[in-house]
Design a protein around this ligand. Structure first.
Ligand SMILES: N[C@@H](CCC[C@H](N)C(=O)O)C(=O)O
Length: 257
């Protein structure tokens, strides 16, 4: 079976053209093995591109632990690049993911992905929780470069407040000129990743509401730079949310299943 590896600001994924529906979607240990960084290809997740009668394609996303996941923003940008490379569309596309319809546009190196609307957020002491297609905690702090993201993130990810599903955790620092630096502990990878698209989207919306940053917000991650644009609504919800940044093919190959 042919595969290709793509990355979006260092969040990396195995992409498979599954338009003939031959991938064994219920084989969780196979997905985990393919994503393993020592015994497999190595990736933060695996994504199937499947056919859909009403859309250009359907995105099916699995986390590195092999379980089917909720929405992945960087994965969404990578599958758009993959579909573009396969010749499925020219500049604009419309596809279906687990959280519903997404529109996207390829513009040179960048992919601009429309995210799901966000109904609101819950503020707790020390952090904010919201769902941007996947569940996210956003916690603002100073000195993020030296912060223990893995241990602090793992604790919050497994906090009983988020049981049974758990949450992703985004540690966020304000940087100059309407910008953020974000480091994410990702559920399903169970480690810090270089970038998380639904995570930086969550951080941007909280930064608007709590720190008066304005759309579009520039975000630095370990793996590169992203932008998040959005329209705040009077009822506290957000519409027209766009995640914008680079997505690239890394290499391709053939796997025997
Ligand atoms: N890396 C992703 C988020 C993927 C989903 C997450 N691991 C979860 O299970 O909630 C992104 O770019 O959004």
């Amino acid at each position: 079976m042919l595969f290709a590896k793509y990355q979006g600001t260092g969040n990396d994924f195995i992409l498979i053209d599954d338009r003939n529906n031959t991938f064994p979607t219920h084989n969780q240990s196979l997905v985990a093995q393919l994503c393993h960084r020592r015994f497999g290809i190595g990736a933060d997740g695996l994504i199937l591109l499947q056919s859909h009668s009403d859309y250009d394609f359907r995105m099916v996303y699995f986390n590195a632990d092999g379980a089917e996941g909720s929405m992945c923003g960087n994965g969404g940008r990578c599958i758009v690049r993959f579909a573009h490379d396969l010749g499925i569309f020219k500049t604009h596309t419309r596809f279906l993911a687990v959280d519903g319809e997404h529109l996207a546009e390829v513009d040179g190196e960048e992919v601009r992905l429309k995210m799901s609307d966000v109904p609101g957020m819950v503020h707790q002491t020390g952090y904010t929780f919201l769902n941007t297609g996947s569940p996210h905690v956003v916690k603002f702090l100073d000195g993020l470069s030296a912060y223990d993201v893995v241990n602090e993130g793992r604790q919050l990810r497994n906090d009983s407040a988020f049981a049974p599903g758990g949450t992703n955790v985004n540690f966020t620092e304000r940087v100059k000129e309407n910008g953020l630096f974000v480091r994410t502990y990702e559920r399903g990878v169970e480690d810090e990743t270089y970038s998380c698209g639904t995570g930086v989207t969550a951080a941007a919306l909280v930064a608007y509401q709590q720190h008066q940053l304005t759309s579009p917000i520039s975000i630095r991650t370990i793996g590169g730079n992203l932008r998040v644009a959005f329209m705040p609504q009077p009822d506290g919800s957000f519409t027209d949310i766009y995640l914008i940044g680079p997505a690239q093919r890394v290499f391709g190959g053939n796997i025997t299943l």
